[in-house]
Structures are given as structure tokens and as C-alpha cells.
Design a protein. Structure first.
Length: 377
């Protein structure tokens, strides 16, 4: 194994009752919290490359922080001309930093994100990457289920088996590869039995077109339905300091089943970094302008969350983004966040979250942050 510790090295050391001094013990890269709130060290040492984990019990090895690529071609700041050269450089730099999970989707663009990632991941870069893409979310809102549930604004769903079979081939062509490492169902289509959609994705595994398959934005019952057909390697869902829904049921179930959780938007779509203090700070052509939490009154109220994160960041000597990501990492060894960026300096800052020390008092303060004003979508 290269660039990290083995799975066995990451096993927490048992602590005797009364032996844990949480006020004086920092939570550092490789440390996790036990179910009762105690902090356990995994034995990680300074000087190694970004530590690694696996996507699920039998999934591929990845760096504990990955890279979400959506914003390189879709959704954010669309009025600014794309800089594909810089974006490709960011993907390459992510691999150099140990952020080996590279996440895209056919819906991003649509299609342009996969094309860009495919141009970035050639030769040895493809060999070093754990490449993940998705199917099932259709931009344009033309499907009967457009805009329902947790789909992004203006998006519909298509979980028909024939769509899955065609889409994996189209994705492989755009990505310039003969297989992906993880193929994910972007959203469940309520008009199609999940077992049928998942069965078609299992066919892609059997055909060697993907090594593993995962779900996104699902309930525990839906995970169980899929498991009855084929093993679930991962579940991708939003998780951050201001979106914690999955902590109640989905994450505990995934942990018990050996399923990885891949949090998207772990920085609250950039809000938790402190870069936005008003609605007018958002770029003009940016889908966050449609989201309830970014509307002026809600945003103003939510600045209290950012202010508290900033205070804690100053206390621990880190950036707000690093503190927000470090908190996500404490939720379990199977949690692999994929913060998105197309900017080299933000990429380096995100990677540095793996080194941030959070003490028990910091975690308590972060856990106590108020719920945000406004819904997700």
C-alpha cells in the first residue's frame, strides 16, 4: 500500500473507563469519536502522506478527503468563463495531495464535467485516481419527477434500466476509460422500482464497466432494498455543520453495514468558509441564488454559524473551511467528504483539514451550533 496507513493501522485503541482526558487530548488526523462522544486515537503519526481508508468494507482505498468536480463546469459562477486548464491542474494536484477519490456525474453540465475529468485522468493520473460518476439525475426537468424530493432545482430523475445501461456506456466514452471505480445512482426514481434500477447497475459490475456501485440521497429502507439485489459500497449524501440529517439514521446504518458515506457539500456550498456575508456576494449566474438558506434574511441569520466556526478556527489555528471539514471527518472512519473547488489555493486548504487538531471542547462547540435558517432546496 502506498501513501497511507493500512486498514488495520486505523483500528481505534481501546480505552479503559476513566482513562480518557478529553480536555487535554487533541483530536488529530486519524482520530475518531466513539459512540458516547469520547475521542479515540488511531495511532496516526506525523510525516506520512494523507491517511487512507476504504470505501466500505470491500471498496477501494482512497484518501480520507476527496474532490468533487461539479463546480468546474456546472452550477456555480457560470458567468465566469471556464478555465479548463486550471481545473485539470487542480485534479492533478488533488492526486498529488492524496485526494484520490475524484467525483463527477453525467448530470453536471450536463456531460461537460465528465468530459473535463476524462481529459484530466489519462495515463498515470487515471491509474492513481478512484474515479466515481453517477446516473439517474436528468437536467432540464423534463421527467415526470422533476423537482421532487432531494433533486437539485430544475432536475428530474430517470432510473429506467435501459437508461442506466446506455448511460454507463456514454459515461465511459466521455471519461475515456473502460471502467469506473464507483458508479452511483444520483437519485432514486420514484416511478421505477429501485430493485430494477439497482439490478441494471449490478449488470454494469458484472460486465466490468464499474468495480463498485453506490447510492445517493437515500433512506435506510432504500439502502436495504438495494442490498437485497447487490452489495452497496457507498452512500453519497449532504453532510456538514449545517446539514446533519444523515447522522440520525443513515450514517449509523452505513457504519454497521460496512458502507462508506461520501458527504457532498461538506462546506455548506461554500458558506461555511466565510466567503459570503450577503446575498449580493454570490456570483450572478449561480444556483445558490435559488436556495432558501442563501436568501438575504436567512443568510443574515446564518452568519451566526459562520462567526462561531471562525472563532473556533482562530482558536485551533486553522481556516474555517478546515475546521468544518475536520468536524465531518470525526463522524467516522468510513466518512470520506468530497469538497468541491476549482481553485488551487482552496484545494490545498481543504487537504490541510486532515491535519487539523480539534479538542473535545471544540467538538462540543461545533456540535452545539444552531440549526440553519432555511431548507436545503
Amino acid at each position: 500500500m502506498s501513501g497511507g496507513l493500512s486498514r488495520g493501522d486505523l483500528a481505534p485503541r481501546p480505552l479503559m473507563e476513566g482513562s480518557c482526558d478529553l480536555q487535554s487530548t487533541p483530536l488529530r488526523r486519524g482520530w475518531i469519536r466513539c459512540g458516547t462522544g469520547c475521542v479515540l486515537t488511531t495511532g496516526y503519526e506525523e510525516g506520512l502522506a494523507m491517511r487512507t481508508t476504504t470505501l466500505g468494507t470491500n471498496g477501494p482505498e482512497v484518501g480520507v478527503i476527496g474532490l468533487g468536480c461539479m463546480g468546474m463546469t456546472a452550477s456555480y459562477d457560470l458567468a465566469t468563463p471556464r478555465d479548463d486548464s486550471t481545473s485539470i491542474g487542480v485534479i492533478h494536484q488533488a492526486l498529488d495531495l492524496g485526494m484520490t477519490l475524484i467525483d463527477t456525474a453525467d448530470a453536471y453540465g450536463p456531460y461537460t464535467n465528465e468530459e473535463l475529468v476524462g481529459r484530466a485522468l489519462t495515463g498515470e493520473h487515471r491509474q492513481r485516481a478512484v474515479l466515481a460518476t453517477k446516473v439517474g439525475l436528468v437536467m432540464g426537468g423534463s421527467s415526470p419527477t422533476a423537482g421532487s424530493g432531494t433533486a437539485s432545482p430544475g432536475a428530474g430523475r430517470n432510473g429506467r434500466p435501459e437508461h442506466v445501461r446506455k448511460s454507463i456506456d456514454d459515461s465511459l466514452r466521455r471519461l475515456g476509460t473502460d471502467h469506473v471505480d464507483l458508479y452511483q445512482l444520483h437519485r432514486v426514481d420514484p416511478e421505477v422500482p429501485l430493485e430494477e434500477t439497482w439490478g441494471a447497475m449490478a449488470e454494469a459490475v458484472a460486465a466490468g464497466k464499474t468495480r463498485h456501485i453506490g447510492l445517493s440521497e437515500v433512506s435506510v429502507d432504500e439502502i436495504r432494498q438495494a442490498q437485497a439485489v447487490h452489495p452497496v459500497t457507498s452512500v453519497q449524501s449532504e453532510l456538514s455543520l449545517w446539514t446533519r440529517d444523515v447522522l440520525a439514521e443513515v450514517l449509523p446504518y452505513c457504519a454497521a453495514q460496512g458502507i462508506a458515506l461520501i458527504p457532498f457539500s461538506p462546506l455548506g456550498r461554500g458558506f461555511l468558509t466565510g466567503r459570503f456575508s450577503s446575498f449580493d456576494d454570490l456570483p450572478q449566474d449561480d444556483f445558490r441564488r435559488q436556495l432558501p438558506r442563501f436568501q438575504q434574511e436567512a443568510l443574515r441569520a446564518n452568519l451566526a454559524i459562520v462567526g462561531r466556526v471562525r472563532e473556533i478556527a482562530e482558536r485551533v489555528g486553522a481556516s474555517p473551511a478546515q475546521v468544518a471539514l475536520a468536524w465531518v471527518l470525526t463522524q467516522g472512519r468510513q466518512v470520506v467528504p468530497i469538497p468541491g473547488t476549482k481553485t488551487p489555493k482552496y484545494l490545498v486548504d481543504n487537504a490541510g483539514a486532515a491535519d487539523v487538531e480539534l479538542r473535545a471542547a471544540d467538538l462540543a462547540d461545533l456540535d452545539a451550533l444552531p440549526a440553519p435558517e432555511g431548507s436545503r432546496y
